[in-house]
Design a protein around this ligand. Structure first.
Ligand code: C2O
Ligand code: CU
Ligand code: CU
Length: 497
């Protein structure tokens, strides 16, 4: 198999051309679907979208969620989920919130910390909490997605981060099977930042939680059956709950942006034309060196750690359209997603000196050089639904079952997993607790070392990852991170013991 070179990347198309340069970027595109690529990449300029600027869009400065920071190795907090009257995308609506805000508070911790989180539910449906990407125990009162919190009840979570926990941006959201997508889409998400041991120098740091939403009157839209099958997407794309916010910077300043894709289904293809972007890594992974990029693809659940060096002028952070396939039947809708303008960055004033971009060299492990102890193949598929209606979403031909173990793994195992997508729609594959090193996507080997917890599995293709099941044991899940698909059954249980 030939490695990805500049040339075959360009053949793959515009998507990949953006993501060149650095080591370890995942390169793939819709070209595999046989679509002519040129139309897929609209020329930068005015909004490529259909997102109408909300008439009452906030045009204010970007606001970030409140930060709760650990001290003395401990963070204690209460997180209350409730239906709240809140201003979202510039309008007064009823949404679900954590502690009354959307997004919820940002938890800032350090490796070795302990988080004591008292969860209180004022929702009218069962829920729970997942700390997406954290390398912590999936059992007991830690990151246990099998916990069910009834309406009006609570649960005291306690998460213990190892001293060697990777730094990066993570996030939290509900994960009760059947309700995950709806509760996320209605507003339940927030960020978790695990600080670097040696700080990465920047003029300032920003958190950008990107999510989409849609309203029916004053309430968040509830998805129909076809919308759930495609994966619900909102026509409004927000950053930190705002539409059309602005950022100011001086030329030469260097900002560290932590970007979270908290959309239930929407794939983001982010551009910030006119500014310089260097990608430090995706999820908890960090590249051997920062990679210059024009475009960043974030699947639902992915996070990016980006350095933006400010260049005089005005730039728009936009997300481009992305076609993640359809249901493969004539006349059935496809998921072709529109783009949107997310915010405007104005760079003006006296030039500042950028701090050196000194990123502590990661000691990233490369499982390509290690002998695997096992391998397995996991097949994602869509088929006719039971009883003739709808469609089934399966892993290895079966819908999720709480009591079945789909992958029994020996503690300490090093495994290669081939994720096969037998369907005409893309599925972002997510494994809890143990990060995955991406080896190959749709027949293209990944260059460099690329660790993530949500990996692309484009329609009718396969993705190869390697996983070290070390350090933590227990039972947890893997699933499609189009959370509607997870709720519809595209999830399996893994147990390491
Ligand atoms: Cu972000 Cu199992 O989920
Ligand atoms: Cu997760
Ligand atoms: Cu899916």
């Amino acid at each position: 198999m030939e490695p990805v070179t500049r040339r075959n990347v360009l053949i793959l198309g515009g998507v990949a051309a953006a993501a060149l340069a650095g080591g370890g970027l995942i390169l793939w595109s819709e070209a595999q679907r046989g679509e002519p690529e040129p139309q897929a990449t609209p020329t930068p300029g005015p909004s490529p979208t259909g997102t109408p600027p909300a008439p009452d869009a906030d045009t204010g400065t970007l606001v970030e969620p409140a930060v709760l920071q650990s001290s003395g190795g401990r963070l204690e907090l209460t997180l209350t989920a409730a239906l709240t009257e809140v201003v979202v995308a510039g309008r007064q609506v009823r949404a679900l919130t954590f502690n009354g805000s959307l997004p919820g508070p940002t938890l800032r911790v350090r490796p070795g910390d302990r988080i004591a989180l008292a969860f209180r539910s004022e929702l009218d449906a069962p829920t729970n909490l997942h700390t997406h990407g954290l390398v912590v125990s999936p059992e007991g009162n830690s990151d246990n997605v099998f916990v069910m919190i009834e309406p009006g009840a609570g649960f005291d979570y306690e998460y213990e981060l190892g001293d060697d926990h990777p730094p990066g941006v993570f996030w939290y959201h509900p994960h009760h099977h059947g309700n995950s997508a709806e509760q996320l889409f209605r507003g339940l998400y927030g960020a978790i930042i695990v600080e670097d041991d040696e700080p990465v120098e920047a003029t300032r740091e920003r958190l950008l939680i990107v999510s989409d939403i849609a309203f029916d009157g004053d309430d968040v839209h509830l998805a129909s059956a076809p919308e759930r099958m495609l994966g619900r997407e909102g026509d409004i794309v927000m950053v930190n709950g705002q539409v059309g916010a602005t950022l100011l910077a001086k030329p030469g300043e260097r900002e560290r942006w932590r970007i979270v894709n908290a959309c239930s289904s929407r794939y983001l293809r982010l551009r910030l034309d006119g500014q310089r972007m260097q990608l430090l890594g995706v999820d908890a992974g960090r590249y051997a060196e920062p990679a210059d990029v024009d475009q960043i693809e974030l699947l639902p659940g992915n996070r990016a750690d980006v350095m933006v060096t400010a260049v005089e002028g005005t730039s728009v952070l936009q997300t481009l359209p992305f076609d993640r396939g359809g249901m493969g039947m004539l006349g059935r809708p496809s998921s072709a997603t529109t783009g949107a303008d997310l915010l405007t960055m104005t760079v003006a004033g006296a030039a500042a000196t950028a701090p050196n971009l000194a990123v502590p060299l990661p000691t990233t492990r490369d499982l390509r050089t290690e002998q695997m102890t096992g391998s397995r193949t996991i097949t994602l598929a869509m088929g006719p639904g039971r009883g003739g209606g709808g469609m089934s979403f399966t892993i290895d031909g079966r819908e999720w079952d709480l009591d079945r173990i789909d992958a029994e793994v020996a503690a300490g195992a090093l495994e290669e997993w081939t994720i096969v997508n037998a369907s005409p729609m893309d599925h972002p594959f997510h494994l809890h607790v143990w990060p995955m090193q991406v080896i190959e996507v749709a027949g293209q080997p990944v260059s460099g070392t690329d660790w993530r917890d949500v990996v692309p599995v484009p329609a009718r293709s396969r993705t190869v990852v390697r996983i070290a099941f070390e350090g933590i044991t227990g039972k947890t899940v893997f699933h499609c991170h189009i959370l509607d698909h997870e709720d519809l059954g595209m999830m399996g249980n893994v147990r390491t013991s």
